[in-house]
Design a protein around this ligand. Structure first.
Ligand code: ADE
Length: 224
């Protein structure tokens, strides 16, 4: 999978891709992430990328020309499955969206800034709009990292068996059951007997029952 991320602040996103599991995915060639500084496509001497909104109002708007130039250049090099705009008014990211993107080959993520992008950029290029939650960030960069992380970890070979994404919360609409490691007792708090029993059938049943119980308590909407 290849992800091209367009931003006015690409340096904000470097470290998540240089560390741990995402780094390993890149080193193994399972994912490629390329950053594009929108300012390289900015207009004039000052490489302008934003301007005041028509009709007035606070905040600046990301201009159509730099966005169109940057996205068109990428599109001339390969076919993209989706051009995704990270924005608080997009569809809220969930595991189903991450799963569906993880089987795509080439993706563009566009990070919004200021008040947002000129509407015509949406009409010309954007195929999907994604929000990471009902709150407003200073820009789309952190949201792009969250989206990339949720997708890249699902690529075959990125996680090992113990980390398998198939047992994640949400993959079967259930939250994860409680987990424990040594010691079996700490400050009087004991690991449930069944987990020490060695009876894998019983353990599996218990884990499933706990997952359903926790989901009922915390996220009953997932069971609907
Ligand atoms: N940009 C600013 N806030 C955002 C959010 N919640 N999700 C995605 N992009 C954003």
């Amino acid at each position: 999978m290849r992800i091209d991320i367009i931003s006015v602040l690409p340096e904000l996103m470097e470290s998540p891709f240089r560390t741990s599991i995402l780094k390993r995915a890149m080193d193994k060639g399972l994912a490629e992430v390329h950053f594009h500084n929108l300012r390289d496509f900015g207009l004039g001497k000052h490489r302008q990328v934003d301007d005041e909104p028509y009709g007035g109002g606070a905040g600046m708007v990301m201009m159509i020309e730099p966005l169109d130039l940057c996205i068109s250049e990428l599109k001339s090099q390969r076919n993209y499955d989706e051009v995704i705009y990270l924005t608080p008014d997009g569809e809220t990211l969930n595991q189903k969206i991450a799963n569906s993107l993880s089987i795509r080959k080439n993706l563009i993520f566009l990070c919004g800034h200021y008040k947002g992008i000129d509407q015509r950029a949406r009409e010309l290029h954007i195929t999907k709009e994604i929000s990471i939650g009902d709150y407003v960030l200073t820009g789309g960069e952190l949201a792009a990292c969250v989206l990339a992380d949720s997708v890249i970890r699902l690529l075959p070979g990125v996680l090992n068996d113990e980390q398998s994404a198939l047992t994640d919360s949400f993959q079967d609409n259930l939250l994860s059951p409680p987990i424990y490691t040594r010691p079996s007792e700490y400050k009087g708090l004991k690991v449930p007997e069944v987990l020490l029993s060695g009876n894998s059938k019983k353990i599996e049943g218990w884990l499933h029952d706990e997952a359903v119980k926790i989901t009922q308590e915390k996220r009953p909407d997932l069971l609907d």
